[in-house]
Design a protein around this ligand. Structure first.
Ligand code: ADP
Ligand code: MG
Length: 729
């Protein structure tokens, strides 16, 4: 699009100078000001209720009505004092965003009495009319009721003038309709199994939590440009666009200085995040132009995930104020780095130990090795499930592309830890060890922190990498709810630890000493899960071949990957660990494939609309100009001169004609493919048809449009180009 037109648009959405409401105080003065956290509970609740509620939260026990009433009263008093007029149950339906329904605190009785109405009942449970949220068939219209129920483990907070209460969302029949319910269940399963494992080493451990530190990548797009790109507005990604002459080749953006306007945006959303008690810590530019990242300090996984969704929301809102649109799509621009949400994950005890951090004693390191090896094994056995947990229409464009981990799930441990596991494999055997052998092994195990200290190799090509004191699940997409991969990972590791505990117990009961039993089981696991460990370049072709030889799966197709949600193996796993019932699993499968199909359907329609209404007419206009020009040349030049001079133009006219015909032809064929797909009776068939019959046209049509973009007069081109989208700030 001609620059002058873009300028005009920019003026239209004039960029007023934005006053950041920068509090004069230091962040520590306003941190958490909008959260009903412990200090506020202490202030607004009686000592007795405060102790009861904190105890119930810590031990995940039931909160009775009397306590709920008191908590509601305290919460209400605090919220109204902070200027809140409404309250809402805030939950995570099976979409990519959160949902809420606001009710006013104020109630007026039929006789005109005014009172503020919010009690234990309203805190604990609500029945939102959310019948249009996806349920995967769990809620038929005759039993359409869904309930939200208070999650006391995540504190209530105020956004604007509304008190938001984090809740789970379940059906009338008690089935999960959200992400939070199974996330909490998976955390409980992990707690149970991991605490038991910890008891092998330390009897004081009574609880294990999962920790999550997410790194959120995103693009910032100028609002004026965004509004001139219908594809961005409707699908969150560009469906066409030729690569900019300059993009990320120079890699000068990464960690470069942050542009002023962006800085202002970041400063403001961070202030908002701080007020909500979200410990955002790092901010920097990412690899691609206009791409950035923010990351908080890690927290307990359920809270961290609430905070991630909340931050995404805050960013969207603050972005608008700064005339930016925040893109969380995994691959908004072809050929340009996509956006991930790296999930840094670990487990921690109530005694303050990070279970994936090597200690400085042989005993703590045995515990570390136990959790490390069990996690590796869990990832190996459940690779397809983990993959299914992160695939989506958006992430499909990112994964497997040159800058993102491939579809193959593998684990990176680093040279020294790999060597350590190889060593254990060789030195432990089923024969009892001699005291000398034992001492030597213990000494070596005790040395782990030393070797890790200089373990600086960080493999960025691995989808699941150990990074010194945690695993980093890097295949997670930027736009989705991290609960999905966290549910899969927690459940897989919980089951694995459960099996481990059993095996150690069985072996011990045959007279093998406990520490030897642990070592023997670990050795067996190390051997069994060797195939999933990969230290090399995950982006390379050789790895694909090698992975196949090792029997690892490489499921690139989204509908195929999602089938794991109905594979017997995983349905059983979730049932056994009481995380999702078979019916709930199936519902999730339905929701996921349906969502994938809908995204493709929308993209297909938007692409065809733009191709036919924007691109083809523009190309014809330019072609007509060329034809006029050639006609004129014919008039003024001799036949020979005309032949020499007009040939390049004639070629161009032919080229444009060809692209126009192809675009029209392919768009029509795509429409027919869509029609055929829509007529198929089964949802699963429809999805497959969309993936294999409709989607391939996207690239074909785009190819011709992008070619036209290069030859058609820039002044006529109807859409902002990559260079304008990516380099404006
Ligand atoms: P990098 O970009 O090098 O991967 P960052 O500092 O951007 O690292 O992000 C690392 C993330 O990992 C942060 O959110 C950090 O709090 C988190 N993290 C650190 N330790 C743990 C842990 N034990 N459990 C979960 N997350 C952790
Ligand atoms: Mg990282």
């Amino acid at each position: 699009m001609a620059l002058f037109r873009f300028k005009a648009l920019e003026e239209q959405f004039s960029r007023e100078v934005i006053e950041v409401a920068a509090p004069k105080e230091r962040p520590s003065d306003y941190y958490g000001i909008n959260v009903f956290d412990k200090p506020k509970m202490q202030k607004y609740l009686s000592k007795e209720i405060f102790e009861k509620i904190t105890d119930a939260i810590e031990t995940s026990t039931h909160i009775d009505r009397k306590i709920a009433d008191q908590v509601a009263a305290g919460m209400k008093a605090w919220a109204i004092e902070r200027g809140a007029t409404h309250y809402t149950h805030w939950f995570h339906p099976l979409t990519d965003t959160t949902a809420e329904k606001h009710d006013a605190f104020l109630d007026v009785s039929p006789t005109g009495d005014k009172f503020e109405n919010f009690d234990g009942d309203k805190l604990v449970q609500q029945e939102p009319d959310a019948s249009s949220l996806p349920s995967g068939g769990i809620r038929n219209t005759f039993e359409a009721r869904g309930y939200t129920a208070w999650d006391p483990s995540s504190p209530a907070f105020i956004v604007g003038k509304t008190l938001c209460i984090p809740t789970i969302f379940i059906s009338y029949t008690g089935e999960a309709l959200d992400y939070k319910t199974p996330l909490l269940r998976s955390l409980a399963a992990l707690d149970k199994a991991a605490t038991e494992t910890c008891q092998l080493f330390d009897k004081d451990v009574k609880k294990v939590i999962a920790t999550l530190g997410w790194e959120q990548e995103y693009f910032l797009i100028d609002e004026a440009i965004y509004k001139a790109r219908p594809d961005l507005m409707l699908t969150d990604r560009t469906l066409m666009g030729h690569a900019s002459a300059k993009d990320q080749q120079l890699e000068d953006h990464y960690f470069g200085s942050i542009p002023e306007r962006v800085n202002e945006f970041m400063r403001e959303f961070e202030i908002e995040a701080f007020k909500l008690g979200i410990p955002v810590k790092t901010r920097h530019n990412e690899v691609a132009p206009n791409q950035f990242e923010c990351a908080p300090v890690f927290e307990e996984a359920n809270l961290a995930n609430d905070h991630n969704l909340l931050v995404m929301d805050v960013m969207r809102r603050v972005g608008r104020k700064h005339k930016f649109r925040v893109l969380f799509h995994e691959k908004p621009f072809k050929g340009v780095n996509g956006s991930a949400k790296h999930n840094n994950w670990s487990m921690a005890t109530d005694t303050g130990v990070n279970l994936l951090k090597p200690g400085n004693k042989p005993k703590t390191n045995m515990q570390f090795l136990t959790f490390l090896v069990n996690t590796v094994k869990a990832v190996h056995i459940n690779a397809d499930l983990l993959r299914a947990s992160i695939v989506s229409a958006g992430n499909e464009y990112r994964l497997g592309a040159h800058e993102a981990p491939p579809a193959i799930i593998s684990v990176f441990l680093g040279r020294q830890l790999s060597a350590m596991l190889d060593d254990l494999e060789k030195r432990v055997s089923e024969k009892p060890m001699t005291p000398d052998e034992k001492t030597a092994l213990k000494l070596d195990i005790g040395k782990i922190p030393e070797i890790l200290l200089d373990n600086t190799d960080r493999n960025r090509t691995s989808p699941f990498a150990f990074t010194g004191n945690r695993f980093e699940f890097r295949a997670v997409g930027a736009s989705g709810n991290s609960a999905s991969p966290m549910i899969a990972l927690n459940t897989a590791v919980a089951k694995q630890l459960k099996d481990f505990n059993l095996e150690v117990e069985e072996l011990s009961s045959t007279g093998v000493k406990k520490d030897e039993a642990i070592l023997q089981v670990l050795r067996k696991y190390i051997i069994e899960s060797k195939a999933v460990r990969f230290e090399g370049n995950g982006y390379s072709q050789e790895w694909k071949e090698e992975a196949e030889r090792r029997g690892l799966t490489n499921i690139t197709d989204v509908p195929d990957a999602l089938k794991s949600y109905k594979a017997e193996k995983y349905v059983k796993l979730f049932e056994e660990m009481s995380v999702l019932s078979p019916r709930e699993m199936h519902a999730r499968y339905e929701v996921r494939i349906e969502k994938y199909k809908k995204k493709l359907q929308i993209e297909s329609r938007v692409l065809a609309d733009l191709a036919i209404n924007h691109i083809v007419p523009t190309a014809i206009k330019y072609q007509t100009l060329l034809i006029e020009n050639v006609k004129g040349m014919k008039e003024i030049f001799s036949e020979q001169e005309f032949k020499d001079l007009a040939s390049a133009r004639l070629e161009l006219i032919k080229e444009i004609s060809n692209h126009i015909s192809q675009i029209k032809f392919q768009s029509e064929a795509m429409r027919m493919a869509r029609k055929n797909a829509n007529e198929l009776p089964e949802c699963e068939e429809k999805v497959a048809a969309y993936a294999h019959q409709v989607k391939p046209y996207f690239e074909e049509i785009r190819y011709h449009i992008d070619k036209l973009e290069r030859v058609v007069d820039d002044e006529l081109w109807p859409l902002p180009k990559y260079r304008e989208i990516l380099f404006a700030h």
